[in-house]
Design a protein around this ligand. Structure first.
Ligand code: BG6
Length: 483
């Protein structure tokens, strides 16, 4: 089964920060794969813009090298790669000064979408928006794509939104949360709203609790300076885990349209209870077995930044009152696994009289091995009575969908093409980001005010003991962390 590809209109895409890690590791490979899939028009133009003294040829050489590293062998067709590289141009630019802007204006062609990707340090988001406007590049054909972090707290996010709003309409601003571009994350909406099976049970009457896990095996190596000023709460919970929570908890939007979906997500964020200190655990991984600990990766030997967070939160509305949502994320954990588990309540009465009643469980595996598993109870085969066992009803995209399931596009492929198509459904609206910060800020302020320190946890484990206790005290437990 081949994936269906609908070509997009001709466009000019400018990547600010074109020589940076994100551009070379994610954006260019994603564009190449869309080109290979036949989605990108042959007269698209991709303009790298950065401070380095390069020309078109040198930038193409750099892109060729990056693609060689990032694109799987079976996708490296030399003729197609050459044709793709022909679409690339380079403009040397000073993002905060005057140099290079005239050259950029000359390079852009009228009558087509102009997308500007801000793949730069967050401090440059506002200046870049101002420069674009000053050079007449903020007209209706313009779209700006902003990477995270979108602000460091509510005040900075508000200030940034206000600056962007001086130069662009909200409909031109594409705030990226790459989790929304992941196939399985979009599938959360398909599973919920394209099936009759789940939605009637999707509420506090039937759902005991929800677990959201985003576990990573990597540490903060190489990203210490950024990460130490951020921590897991800002780096992961405020955005990625919050988005997953929204898609699980939101009411069905009337249509799959940008504002219909985003309105419902904002309502979820606004319905979140504040977090009591006893309902959140923060951890920091310790050195172990010759592998450096968190404090070895950052400059401040007394850093109190967390590399792990586990928390319990309630969504205070009619649908969810009484059903807790448990979230956890961390680095240097046992396995790389992102999943959402919806744990249903026990049946009200057991006719089998064995007392062993266990609720069904629906697990949506975001990555890796994308798929869905449902735990159901059946009779253990064999004579000698009615013994019950729990078995998985398992669906792996790779198996169920053949090539299309095995060859899952990277999040950036989908998101970049949505920018060109002008579809904001999978991008965060300004009020959504602000609402998320408004919920996150008091938690972080509380830690700071109390001088709270994260607890140490062992690298390669399942996180701090305290995180396990967060569940145990409610008579529940986390699912095993297995990759
Ligand atoms: C990024 C965070 O947004 O997401 C990183 O800054 C994290 O710290 C990454 O490692 C995880 O993304 P993925 O797609 O690998 O799950």
């Amino acid at each position: 089964m081949a994936a269906r590809t609908i070509p997009v209109d001709a466009f000019d895409l400018v990547i600010f920060g074109a020589t940076g890690d994100l551009a070379l590791r994610k954006i260019l490979p994603a564009l190449y794969r869309r080109f290979l899939a036949g989605q990108m028009p042959a007269d698209a133009q991709i303009v790298g813009a950065a401070r380095s003294a390069l020309d078109d040829a040198a930038y193409r050489a750099r892109a060729r090298e990056a693609l060689g590293d990032r694109v799987a062998g079976d996708k490296r067709d030399p003729a197609i790669l050459d044709a793709f590289l022909d679409l690339l141009f380079y403009v040397r630019i000073d993002a905060t000064g005057e140099a290079g802007w005239d050259a950029l204006c000359d390079r852009l062609r009228p009558g087509r979408v102009h997308a500007f990707y801000f793949s730069v340090a967050p401090g440059l988001f506002a200046p870049l928006a101002e420069r674009l406007h000053a050079h007449g590049l903020a007209g209706p054909e313009a779209r700006i794509v902003i990477e995270k972090p979108f602000g460091h707290d509510l005040a900075s996010a508000r200030a940034l939104n206000a600056t962007l709003a001086q130069h662009f309409d909200e409909g031109q601003v594409y705030r990226i949360d790459h989790y929304l571009g992941k196939e399985t994350v979009q599938n959360l909406m398909a599973i919920r709203f394209a099936n009759m099976l789940f939605e009637p049970l999707w509420n506090a009457h039937y759902v005991d609790h929800v677990q959201i896990t985003v576990a990573e095996t990597v540490g903060v190596d190489g990203r210490g300076p950024y990460y130490d000023g951020s921590g897991a709460m800002r780096d992961m919970v405020q955005n990625h885990l919050m988005q997953l929570l929204c898609l699980i908890a939101m009411e069905p939007p009337a249509r799959f349209e940008p504002d219909a979906v985003r309105d419902e997500k904002v309502k979820v964020i606004r319905a979140l209870d504040p977090i009591a200190p006893a309902d959140i655990v923060r951890g920091q991984y310790a050195a172990a077995g010759g592998r450096p600990g968190y404090l070895d990766a950052v400059e401040d030997p007394g850093s109190r930044t967390e590399s792990f967070v586990a928390l319990k939160v309630h969504v205070s509305n009619w649908r969810w009152a009484g059903t807790p949502f448990y979230l956890r994320t961390g680095k240097r954990l046992r396995a790389r696994v992102s999943e959402i588990a919806v744990i249903f309540k026990d049946p009200p009465h057991s006719i089998f009289g064995d007392g062993a009643r266990r609720g069904n469980e629906l697990v949506i595996r975001v990555q890796p091995d994308e798929g869905i598993t449902m735990r159901v109870t059946i009779k253990e085969p064999g004579p000698g009575g009615m013994r019950l066992i729990e078995v998985p009803l398992d669906m792996s995209f790779a198996e169920a969908l053949g090539d299309a399931g095995a060859d899952i596009p990277d999040a950036y492929e989908r998101l970049l093409m949505d920018v060109i198509r002008g579809n904001q459904t999978l991008f965060m609206r300004g009020d959504e980001v602000e609402a998320a910060w408004a919920w996150t800020d008091p938690v972080i302020a509380g830690w700071d005010a109390r001088g709270d320190r994260p607890v140490a946890y062992e690298s390669g484990g399942a996180g701090p003991e305290e995180a396990l206790a967060l569940m145990h005290r409610d008579g529940r437990r986390w699912r095993a962390m297995e990759g």
